[in-house]
Unconditional design. Structure first.
Length: 120
């Protein structure tokens, strides 16, 4: 499944779990999402190297997704990540996953090796 082609708009994030049981070996972030069409999925990011969660709380509303996409190689956070490692991570193919939130205006950015979607 292509991340950019998935219908994210107005889907509801019900839960976010960060798994650091194997820190540096396989860091995982798991999103439980109720899809706008009534289905449920787990969106799992694996092999995470960097994350920024700009979240707002105190809003009495479901946290819905406005849009989600994979950034391109010109994403400044991805460029900064590779730059900070001074060539040590250049052999890794990483993607920047961006989730823009509807309800609170927050943004989640994850630099990771992979994602998978499990339908519930």
């Amino acid at each position: 499944m292509n991340f950019n082609d998935f219908k994210w708009h107005d889907s509801v994030i019900k839960n976010i779990t960060i798994d650091r049981n194997k820190p540096g070996i396989n860091d995982i972030i798991n999103f439980e999402i109720d899809l706008i069409d009534g289905g449920k999925i787990e969106l799992i990011f694996e092999g995470i190297y960097w994350v920024n969660m700009n979240l707002n709380f105190g809003i009495v509303a479901d946290e819905t997704i406005l849009n989600a996409w994979i950034g391109d190689d010109t994403d400044t956070d991805l460029i900064d990540f590779y730059s900070k490692w001074r060539g040590l991570m250049d052999n890794l193919k990483l993607d920047t996953f961006i989730i823009e939130l509807n309800s609170t205006g927050g943004i989640i950015k994850i630099i990771a090796k992979a994602f998978k979607i499990i339908e519930k």
